[in-house]
Design a protein around this ligand. Structure first.
Ligand SMILES: [Ca+2]
Ligand SMILES: [Ca+2]
Ligand SMILES: [Ca+2]
Ligand SMILES: [Ca+2]
Length: 576
């Protein structure tokens, strides 16, 4: 099988170059184009003089690389509106010293605390975080140098102080690294998942604390990666519900066909896990046109429903490609496409990233809108060193993930042909779970594209950024002003969809008159129809108000109820 073969060929190369804690396995990167590994490690460069990457600079790091697989939560919005960010910070070129750092934005003054060390231990890194009951940051990270690796948690003294007390999570004989931690707000329990550093196949473990991180249960081994080193060990993510004790652990695992499935465990009560029996949501088989890979995110919305984001790498035959879709799954919607990277753009990947990686999910509790943010790599934006410069993308769903609006480039900072330190490679995106009218995002503007320690490119002192994005920028006209009607109302999904000649839309509800409007993806209205008691079923024939046929593609339709406002928006596709 081509996939397995390529993995085997690449293993010695990648392992030979990797520092101990950053042990790596091959990326899919098939076909291998010679650009995927390479780039000389040059002399380090200082801070850039010009950057077009948007946002507020919250810190810096020579160690741009924030994670091998799933990005995890490195930014949180607390109940008062404060922003907490943590990241892995290399304070010099060469990979060490390396620490975990923190910064906080006060919602009243708008001022940042200033970057501050979470741990004084040289060799810490790969941080994820959540918040304690009072909004105190709760970073979880690992120490990965001799004599023994372990995972640790730190808890801030007060909200936004940056004065942390650290607790090592006991190893019980296994060196657990790459921790992802969450705290449940209903029972206060802290849940942590980690990978086993030393065994192959790699085991994956779960532990929890019921006393704010002071004492920990013995790790439970929840899965082992299959034959060969474990992609699954890089993929594990965890989410806990904002409204119940429900908690889920998601991961990918290779299957008998050589591709990767998305699996999850879930506890309803925060205690009872059925470790032997994960849900497999993909079950990719020999005829599948898609495979998962290293990156996932999971999230509970405020109706207590689990959402999972995964990379849907394109598959033809037994070959997995580095492009494809970013996918969303929930039990109610099944699998939906949140964003796409076309097969015509092969990209020059950086370590473990495919053309679209580091997906994060967020939800707005007030309007229920769901968001996904990810990093995209393109062959049209490649550094002088031969690696694609990243751009952050996002898409939005106003119907719990059933349909997604047009993906939007959030950073718009191409730097093709850049030499260090003039690249604006925007990667390592993480989105705060809670969206409050704005998406709160942290990322790194890598001044020389590539994971420098592999080595890819050179060591540069890179900015860590905070980016706030108005959710209206991701929604077609009117969606951000969507209102809840004080009566029954329903806008149907058009049928058929996609459609060619005609499609039918039903509008029901206790209203007198309304307007159904159809918009193209730029937000331009192309047609509209009156909806009243005699006209509740609208047939659209794919023409504009002048009767001219419109182009193939995605369209949105919304209903504006007279006297109330825009009540619902849905998406449809016209194929000619
Ligand atoms: Ca997340
Ligand atoms: Ca960029
Ligand atoms: Ca830059
Ligand atoms: Ca770099």
């Amino acid at each position: 099988m081509k996939l397995a073969l390529t993995v085997l060929i690449m293993l010695p190369l990648v392992f030979g170059l990797a520092p101990a804690d950053d042990r790596h396995i091959a990326k899919p990167g098939i076909p291998f184009d010679g650009n995927n590994i390479g780039g000389e490690a040059n002399a380090p460069y200082g801070p850039p003089t010009v950057s077009n990457s948007p946002g507020e600079v919250v810190g810096s790091s020579y160690y741009a690389y924030q994670t091998n697989g799933s990005t995890g939560n490195r930014i949180s919005l607390d109940g008062s509106g404060g922003i907490h960010i943590s990241w892995t910070k290399g304070t010099a070129s060469g990979g060490r010293p390396r620490y975990v750092y923190y910064n906080f934005k006060d919602e009243i003054t708008g001022e940042w605390l200033g970057e501050t060390a979470i741990s004084s231990e040289n060799g810490t890194g790969f941080v994820t975080q959540d918040l304690m009951a009072g909004g105190e940051a709760m970073p979880v990270y690992h120490f990965a140098d001799a004599p023994v690796s372990y995972s640790a948690i730190a808890i801030d003294l007060f909200r936004g102080f940056g004065i942390f007390e650290e607790f090592a999570i006991p190893n019980f004989g296994i060196e657990w690294i790459w921790p992802y931690g969450v705290r449940n707000t209903t029972d206060g329990k802290i849940h942590v998942i980690c990978a086993d550093f030393n065994s192959n196949p790699s085991n994956y473990g779960y532990t929890f604390s019921s006393d704010d991180g002071q004492t920990w249960n013995r790790y439970t081994q929840i899965f082992a990666t299959g034959s060969g080193p474990g992609i699954g060990s890089l993929s594990g993510t965890i989410a806990t519900s904002p409204v119940s004790a429900k908690t889920a652990i998601t991961y990918t695992l290779d299957n008998e066909y050589g591709f990767y499935d998305v699996l999850y465990f879930e506890t309803e009560d925060g205690e009872t896990w059925n470790w032997g029996d994960p849900y497999n949501i993909t079950q990719f088989g020999p005829n599948s046109d898609m495979s998962a890979w290293t990156d996932l995110d999971c999230l509970y919305d405020y109706n207590d429903n689990l959402h999972i984001a995964y990379q849907g790498q394109a598959v033809t035959g037994d070959t997995m490609w580095i492009w494809g879709d970013v996918m969303h799954w929930s039990e109610a919607t099944g699998h939906t496409v949140a964003g796409t990277h076309p097969s015509s753009d092969t990209c020059s990947t950086i370590n473990y990233c495919t053309c679209m990686s580091k997906m994060s999910l967020g939800v707005n509790p007030d309007n229920g809108n769901l968001y996904m943010v990810w990093a995209d790599l393109s062959q049209n934006d490649v550094s002088a060193g031969g690696f694609s410069n990243g751009e952050l993308f996002a898409s939005a769903s106003a119907d719990n993930g059933a349909t997604w609006f047009q993906q939007v480039n959030l950073t718009n900072s191409p730097s093709p042909g850049c030499a260090p330190p003039n690249c604006d490679s925007d990667v390592w995106s993480s989105l705060a779970e809670k969206v409050d009218g704005n998406l709160h995002i942290m990322y790194v503007d890598d001044d020389d594209a590539g994971a420098e320690w592999v080595p890819q490119g050179s060591w540069t002192n890179n900015n860590v950024l905070y980016l706030s994005v108005d959710e209206g920028e991701l929604l077609p006209l009117g969606v951000d002003e969507q209102i809840d009607l004080p009566f029954e109302f329903d806008l149907s999904q058009n049928y058929p969809n996609p459609f060619n000649a005609n499609t039918v839309i039903n509008v029901s509800g206790d209203f007198e008159t309304a307007t159904l409007a159809i918009y193209d993806i730029t937000g331009r209205m192309v047609n509209n129809f009156a909806v009243d008691n005699d006209h509740r079923t609208i047939t659209w024939d794919g023409t504009d108000t002048a009767g001219q046929p419109v182009a193939s593609g995605a369209y949105f339709y919304s209903v504006n109820v007279d006297g109330f406002g825009t009540a619902s928006v849905k998406k449809m596709t016209l194929l000619k």
